[in-house]
Design a protein around this ligand. Structure first.
Ligand code: TPP
Length: 167
């Protein structure tokens, strides 16, 4: 995600992987599950947007006889649509009239209900709650949990510009 690319720094002991740079949305849940399966010794945390999560939600389905990840947390930044497009040319205020339907693509999905269908534990937290949720080192039941954080697309363009101007 561009947000992470903008403000994060390498940290010793943390291996960072991304699925097709910071722009691909297909197969991201499955990639996270695969990475967690390959990394047996520690925790895996996957950060993705709501459209990315919804696009590959079926990656939460692990076949009955198949190995499951030991400790995967999927953090979904849910801004009800595609925030990335706010940052591109089409996010310019002059296109505001058509932007929301074509690029914003809000969906109003209930992620808790979706996760329940896959029997994957889900919690919805605010930013403070996210720090608490990530500090919990107990392995989730079934090896996968989803932590949803409600975010806001409005103002993202200005926020990125403000952060970039401080770099
Ligand atoms: C299969 C596929 N379809 C469409 C796209 C174009 N695309 C790139 S990012 C994106 C939206 C991402 O939205 P979200 O995951 O909610 O993250 P946000 O931008 O809000 O951080 C889309 C549709 C793509 N990369 N792959």
């Amino acid at each position: 995600m561009r947000d992470a690319a903008l403000v994060s720094y390498p940290k010793p002991g943390v291996k960072v992987m991304s699925n097709r740079g910071v722009a691909g949305i297909d197969g991201t849940v499955s990639t996270a599950v695969g990475a967690a399966l390959a990394y047996e010794e520690g925790r895996t945390i996957a950060l993705m947007g709501d459209l990315t999560f919804l696009h590959d939600a079926s990656g939460l389905l692990v076949g009955t006889p198949e190995p499951r990840p030991r400790d995967l947390t999927i953090v979904v930044a849910n801004d009800d649509g595609g925030g990335i497009f706010e940052l591109l040319e089409q996010g310019d205020p002059q296109y505001a009239g058509v932007f929301e339907r074509v690029f914003g693509t809000p969906h109003g999905m209930d992620l808790a209900a979706l996760c329940a269908a896959y029997r994957v534990p889900h919690s919805r937290v605010d930013l403070h709650g996210l720090a608490i949720a990530l500090a919990d080192v107990t392995s989730p039941a079934g090896g996968i949990r989803v932590v949803e954080v409600t975010t806001d697309r409005a103002g993202l363009r200005e926020l990125h510009a403000a952060v970039r101007s401080q770099l």
